[in-house]
Each structure stands twice: as C-alpha cells, then as structure tokens.
Design a binder for this molecule. Structure first.
Ligand code: HEM
Length: 539
C-alpha cells in the first residue's frame, strides 16, 4: 500500500513529527483564510488604498470619523471611487456626486442587493427577520418594498396628512410649553415626533407625553440596534478573529436589544390588530384583508419595524437641524422670510398653517429643506450594497458580489458639482443655481433601486415643521450654548450610523398669542377626530 511505502520506514517519533507538521500547516491555512484572506480578489483597474495592516486593513487609517477620512483619502488620491480592505472585507467606496450618479442611478439594477454582516444579520436580526433596509434583494424583500410604496405615493401622503398635523401639533405644544423662560435641546422632542409618526402609520399607537418612561426606553433601544449597523462600532464584522474573543460585550448587548425589541413589537402588533376596525394602520389594513393579502404576518411585522427604525432617527435628527439653522447668524432673517412668503401666498397665518400640510408652495422653504439635507447627510455612509451582476464603469469591469458603500457626506460636499460655496449652508442654493436643482439633488436618501422609500413623505414632514415653526414663533438660540454648524463637527457621535446634533438650546416665542391659539385649537379639533379621543391642549 502507498501508506506503507511512504510511512513504512518511519519511527513513531518521526511519524508524530509529520502529523504535527501537517496539523500546523492545516492550522496555518485555516488561520490565513479566517483572519487575513480578503473576501474578494482585487478589482483590476480600480484605484486601491493600501495599508500595512494585514488584519485590520484600512480600519487603522480611518480612525473615529470614517466618512470624513474616506472623503479626505478620495481627495488626496484624486480617486472618486476606490477599493480597499476593511479588515478582510473588500469594499468599494464611492465619494463624488458624478460617480454616485453613475454607480447608484445609471447602474441601479446591478446595485440592488445588500450584503449580510455578522453582527446585524447573525446576532441582532435572527429572530425578528430582516427589515426592507437590511435585507438582501429577493422575492420577499421585493414584495415588502412594493407594499410600503403604497403608503408613500402623493395621494397616500395626502390621506395621512392628519398624522403630520397631529405630530406637528404635539411637538409645538410641548416644545413651546417646556421652553417658557428657558432654552432646551430639541432632539428628544423631534425624536418623539418621528417615532410617533411612524408608530401611528404602522400600528396606530403613539406617546402623547414626552416624559413617558417607555418612550425613553424605546428611543435608547432603537438607537442601540441601529448602532450595530455602523461601519465604526462593529470590528467583528470586518475582522473575523474578533468573533472568537471571549465575552464580546457587543454580542451580549445585541442579543438583549433584539429580544426586548421583539417583545415590544409583538405587543404593538397585537394591539393594532385588536383596533383594526377603529384605527387605520398598516397592521390594521393587513388584518382587514382576512388572509387574502399577498403578505403574511411576518412580512407585516418586518415592514413595520423597518419603518419605525428607518424613520425615527433620521427625521428626528434632521428636524432638530432645522431649528439649529434657524438660530444661525442669518436664522432670524430666514424665519421672517418664510413667515412673510407664506402669508403672501395664503393671505393669513391661519390659512398657511393649514395648507402647508398638503402642498409645498414656499419655494424658499423647499430649497431650505433640500439644502439642509445636502449639508447634513445624517446617514453619512449609506448602508452597504452588493453588486448582483458585472457592470462597466469607465475602463473597469466591476464584478458581481462586490460590497459598495456610498459616502453621501463626501458626494454632497463635492466642490466639482456644487461649486466653491459647497461647505456653506445656502438655503437659496437650489433656487438660484439651476445646474444643481436636478434630482436627486443630494445623496442623503441614498439613490436608485434601494433608495429611501419615504423621500416625499420625509420632505413633507420636514417642510411642515419648518413652515409651522416660522409661522407661529420666533426661534431664539441660547447665547451660552451656540450650536456647532459645521457639517464635520455638528454630530454628537461620529462613530454612529445615524448622526444627531450635539446639544444646543432653543426657545420659542409666540409671534401672536391669539393666532397661535387659533391654529393650535384648529389642530386639536382635527387631531381629536383623527384619534377618536380628545388630546390635551390649553392656550
Ligand atoms: C430625513 C429622513 C430620512 C433619511 C435621511 C433617510 C435616509 C435613508 C437612507 C440613506 C436609506 C438607504 C438608501 C440606500 O441604500 O440607497 C434609507 C432607506 C430606507 N428608508 Fe429612509 N430616510 C429617512 C426617512 C425615512 C422614513 C420617514 C421612513 C419610513 C416611514 C423611511 C424608510 C426607509 C426604508 C423602508 C428604507 C429601506 C429601503 C430599501 O432598502 O429598499 N425612511 N433611508
């Protein structure tokens, strides 16, 4: 036998040595594959940012602030698009406006997929199922996305204008009440507005009181879950050997957060089903189809958790940024301009207050929101995509299966597209420079086949907040706590996936108490009708 002829003359000691060498060799191969081997071969012809760290790749260079350091690397190398290794993962970063258009819009069918990540997909989302925004592209995801789009059309948004009225009203009522005689940080108020809006849309439920303990718990939990999607806080996604280390605290937190969320969502779903005949919601609509829908209960649960988590941080943060810009050095002038233009268009504050719910006629207000979203890409690195088929970009063929991340912060601050004032906040930009007033305007909502499903809805909510605040109030900033307006510094935590502004103080002063009361009372009456029970308000 071959074995006899090869090993026949070896002593036991020698044989042990051979086995040891073979074992070490296999272990070395396994270790190489697990800890260093790139997930994908290098893409020929695409610029590469190389590093000397075999385990961590570019992660050692990116520091705390990934989007900004990627933006700097792109400018330094003169490479709008480059590949690199993040740990062992080969990732392509797209950093300019034109390149983002070419990749995510022109080649959108090739970029319809999303890759799976260890932390989010294996730990956090195992039992609840994936949301639309975190799911790879498959029949289930397609069906769920189509269903959500039904709620995002112009007529559907108009039909749910009562919800925007309700949350806009509650926001102004509480913020005005609580900021009497003092300056307060608006983020919790705008977060509640966003959470309530998405929770009403999905489950017909809301938190009327800002001080409800469950509200705080939910806000913390949803924030924690979303942190598992950041490129920055999840070393184990990119550096596989970290997964082997004992007592991974992030892993424990992920499992705990996921379990808590499931209990909470289960309760909301049951409640919405029990109210299906009296309160309109996505769960209620589904329950009313009596099993004839193309979707099942897991689809509906996943859709709703996606809407709540997708909407609450982004809207909450951007709405706070509206107030931040309204107290900037030119803020008072802009507030007055929006107020005056709306009164000019509609004849009175009361009429304007009502009509902004359903139409966006103040051109300056529309341009203001567009510029705000451009300036502050609250998700600076758009959740990763994966190529489903090869496509040609310039002279390079981009293969199938590549992970691609759009650096929206960098693309939104591309001087070649927006000109030399790119880093300034210019609310007239989209009115005066027709070369940039072209969709998608900016990349804060992502772009193409997997862009945010709620672009129109979000723009409407933000427009209502901006215009109603300016119609009814003068917004004052705390002189002892000036906000940070710089897009590179405004965020409280630049390692998070979704940014929110550092603390600053705001106070609302009524422009006219009588008009304020008339508008708020009109909203209260409509909101009571919308909810089916009376909502608190006193002048
Ligand atoms: C200022 C507000 C918002 C911003 C900046 C924002 C931003 C984003 C971004 C960057 C993406 C990823 C897009 C891509 O991969 O190209 C996304 C996806 C998504 N967003 Fe939004 N979003 C906002 C509001 C909302 C709201 C209010 C909802 C729901 C009510 C929502 C629901 C979704 C969903 C379901 C997806 C997943 C789309 C998919 O993967 O197919 N978003 N959003």
């Amino acid at each position: 036998m071959l074995q006899t002829s090869v090993f026949g003359n070896l002593s036991t000691l020698q044989l042990g040595g051979v086995v040891l060498v073979l074992g070490c060799f296999c272990l070395a191969v396994w270790l190489y594959n697990f800890t260093i081997k790139p997930s994908q071969p290098k893409i020929d012809g695409l610029p590469e940012v190389k590093t000397n760290s075999p385990f961590f790749g570019i992660l050692t260079t990116l520091g705390e602030d990934h989007p900004t350091n990627l933006q700097k690397l792109s400018l330094e190398k003169g490479a709008p698009v480059f590949q690199c290794l993040m740990g062992t993962q080969r990732v392509v970063f797209v950093n300019t406006y034109d390149a983002a258009n070419e990749w995510f819009i022109k080649n959108q069918t090739a970029l319809i997929d999303r890759p799976l990540f260890y932390t989010f997909h294996q730990l956090v989302s195992t039992s609840q199922g994936l949301t639309i925004g975190t799911s790879p592209w498959n029949e289930t995801c397609k069906k769920r996305r189509l269903n959500v789009q039904r709620y995002m059309t112009t007529p559907a948004i108009k039909e749910r204008a009562g919800l925007i009225d309700l949350e806009g009203f509650s926001f102004l009522r509480d913020f005005y009440r609580d900021s009497q005689g003092k300056y307060i940080y608006p983020y919790k108020y705008t977060q509640r507005l966003a959470l309530n809006f998405t929770a009403m849309l999905s489950y017909a439920t809301r938190f009327d009181k800002i001080e409800t303990p469950l509200l705080n718990e939910i806000l913390e939990m949803v924030k924690l879950i979303s942190s598992f999607r950041s490129t920055n806080n999840n070393l184990q996604d990119f550096v596989p050997f970290v997964r082997l280390l004992p007592e991974n605290e992030r892993k424990r937190q992920a499992v705990e957060a996921s379990e808590k969320r499931n209990i909470w969502l289960g309760k909301l779903t049951e409640e919405a089903i029990s109210h299906k005949d009296t309160r309109k919601s996505i769960v209620g609509d589904f329950a009313n189809t009596d099993g004839k829908a193309r979707l099942n209960i897991d689809d509906i649960k996943s859709i709703c958790v996606g809407l709540v988590s997708g909407g609450f941080e982004t809207i909450g943060s951007t709405a706070s940024l509206i107030l931040l810009q309204l107290v900037s050095p030119n803020g008072a002038k802009w507030q007055q301009r929006i107020h005056d233009e709306l009164v000019e268009i509609y004849g009175s504050v009361e009429s304007a207050y009502e009509n902004v719910l359903c139409e966006e006629k103040c051109e300056f207000g529309v341009s203001f929101i567009r510029e705000l979203l451009r300036m502050y890409a609250v998700i600076p690195l758009i959740p990763a995509r994966k190529t489903t088929k090869p496509f040609q970009w310039n002279d390079t063929v981009i293969p199938e299966g590549v992970t691609v991340i759009l650096n929206a912060q960098a693309a939104n601050h591309d001087e070649n597209h927006f000109g030399p004032t790119v880093h300034e906040f210019d609310p007239e930009r989209f009115m005066t420079d027709k070369s940039v007033d072209v969709p998608p305007y900016h990349f804060t909502f992502g772009a193409g086949s997997r862009a945010c499903t709620a672009i129109n809805l979000s723009n409407r909510i933000l427009y209502v907040i901006l215009t109603r605040v300016c119609l009814l109030f003068k917004v004052h900033g705390d002189p002892s706590k000036t906000p940070d307006f710089d897009y590179l510094n405004y965020a409280a935590d630049r390692t998070a996936q979704t940014y929110w502004p550092k603390e600053f103080g705001i106070q609302l002063e009524a422009r006219d108490e009588v008009i304020l009361d008339a508008c708020m009372s009109a909203s209260k009456a409509k909101c009571t009708e919308e909810l089916g029970y009376s909502i608190e308000y006193s002048a």
